[in-house]
Design a protein around this ligand. Structure first.
Ligand SMILES: NC(=O)c1ccc[n+]([C@@H]2O[C@H](COP(=O)([O-])OP(=O)(O)OC[C@H]3O[C@@H](n4cnc5c(N)ncnc54)[C@H](O)[C@@H]3O)[C@@H](O)[C@H]2O)c1
Length: 449
């Protein structure tokens, strides 16, 4: 990121277009002297993936980047995907050049958690001044402490989202222009065990957050993080879209569907009149280094490896939309940026799921993980399967984010699995390496096209 930021010097009001695609000239490269021109050379199309090399020229200087994307069998989408990748990369560069995120005041709830720690790490790398509001970490080890996240924060508040007065005070005192709300009771099994806390935290916590946002004049945009599980799961083999019915069998899923309704009601009743843009974000099943939550697949795998035990797997046949935490965080920030840019039409709900090729079963995921992490041993635990209802199939359709936000996931399922395995293996061998492996993966992600 730093390298890109320093090397790019582009004129304002930049225009860009593809001049050559697969050897076919699509536009006269000499025309429009002040525009950016791309030469696209996709490779490996036959092998089911392609690598896109782009070269662009600005005022006599040549820059280049390489973007790898998994390719599904929807050939007709290929050209559109390339355009989206190019546009987004350029937008990233422009954003860096203009310092879009630099010095912005942002409040993140849930910053002590798995996603929250990655979110603060990324926002900090982008130059933001972040206030964090969440309970203190409750696992040992935890990513927040391993990365010394408190040192990246302008203010660190260990407090309960159910404490509405304290939340309002912290929001008003820290004067954020953007709030990313991730604090939640996020576990399906805990939800079954303690539905009251789950509903209170996820629904009234969201009410408290939006009330605090209403009370604070600096707030211009809010992103509320819910989940892929907020849709009524009817066993559909198609991906859920934003227009599909909300619902949920278990307390966690239903409470997140309810928090979607809270967001929609507040948006219509209060924020749309006040010019504050509020959106909700529904990510997939997130994996990546640094999660130690209970009853989640990868943390359970990490614990089993550390103890030299075999991982007992409840539902190896369940299919989920697996994605890397950085892709998910990137989706939230892409949406946030549009809101901060004043794009009223983006104040709505968005899915941020992986490519269709990342919708695989638990067994398939573990087989891939084992390739990158041979110490992992697992077996199906038929005795506990089906004890609590869990949907067999869940897939998100994220075309709305692709079309309206130009957002595409950067990492394939293989890159996601490799990064996750690399992280846990490195940190299990040497806990001191957590910061360096996180930083390395963040830089690899940010410099990916
Ligand atoms: N991890 C996933 O696969 C996944 C998938 C979809 C959605 N989500 C959502 O993403 C968000 C972050 O999840 P995560 O995976 O990082 O979980 P996590 O358990 O690692 O983090 C949860 C965060 O919420 C905070 N929190 C919980 N109860 C709180 C309370 N009463 N007051 C204040 N803070 C409280 C915790 O302190 C922590 O910072 C959640 O809203 C979750 O529902 C996660």
């Amino acid at each position: 990121m730093q390298g890109l930021r320093q090397s790019v010097s582009v004129p304002a009001n930049l225009r860009f277009f593809i001049v050559q695609y697969q050897g076919v000239v699509t536009r006269d490269a000499a025309a429009d002297a002040d525009a950016v021109k791309f030469l696209c050379l996709p490779e490996s199309i036959a092998s089911g993936s392609f690598c896109l090399h782009c070269f662009w020229q600005v005022t006599g200087q040549t820059y280049s980047f390489t973007a790898g994307q998994p390719m599904d069998n929807l050939r007709e989408k290929l050209y559109w995907r390339i355009s989206a990748t190019v546009a987004r990369t350029l937008e990233d560069l422009m954003g860096s050049r203009n310092g879009f995120w630099n010095d912005r005041k942002i409040l993140v709830t849930g910053h002590t958690g798995f996603k929250g720690s990655w979110m603060v790490t990324m926002l900090s790398a982008l130059g933001c001044r972040v206030t964090g509001y969440a309970l203190a970490p409750n696992t040992n080890p935890n990513l927040f402490d391993l990365l010394a996240i408190d040192r990246l924060l302008a203010r660190n508040e260990f407090a309960n989202i159910r404490d509405s007065e304290r939340l309002k005070t912290v929001v008003c005192e820290s004067e954020p222009e953007l709030i990313v709300h991730m604090a939640a009771q996020p576990l399906v099994r805990f939800g079954y065990a303690d539905p009251h806390t789950t509903w209170d935290t996820n629904v009234m916590g969201t009410v408290n957050l939006l009330e605090a946002a209403r009370a604070c004049a600096s707030v211009r945009a809010v992103v509320v993080v819910t989940t892929d599980k907020c849709y009524e799961n009817n066993g559909s083999l198609w991906g859920y879209r934003e227009i599909d019915r909300l619902g949920g069998h278990d307390p966690y899923s239903a409470s997140k569907a309810a928090s979607e309704l809270v967001v929609d009601s507040y948006r219509r009743s209060y924020f749309s009149h006040a010019g504050v843009l509020v959106a909700s974000a529904r990510g997939g099943n997130v994996i990546g280094g640094g999660d130690w939550s209970s009853d989640r697949l990868i943390p359970d795998a990490a614990r089993a490896v550390a103890q030299g035990e075999s991982l007992q797997v409840r539902n190896p046949g369940s299919t989920r939309p697996w994605q890397h935490v950085l892709d998910c965080v990137d989706g939230y920030l892409t949406l946030a940026r549009r809101l901060l840019d004043g794009e009223t039409k983006c104040a709505t709900g968005y899915n941020f799921g992986p490519e269709p090729s990342s919708n695989i079963t638990v067994a398939e995921l573990l087989a891939r993980v084992k390739k990158a992490w041979p110490e992992l041993d697992w077996r199906a635990d038929v005795s506990s399967a089906g004890a609590l209802h869990e949907a067999a199939f869940l897939y998100l359709d994220s075309n709305k984010a692709r079309r309206e936000l130009n957002w595409v996931p950067k990492w394939s399922i293989d890159a996601t699995v490799d990064a996750t395995a690399e992280w846990y293996r490195a940190v299990q061998a040497d806990p001191q390496s957590a910061a360096s492996v996180t930083e390395r993966q963040l830089q690899a992600f940010l410099s990916h096209g």
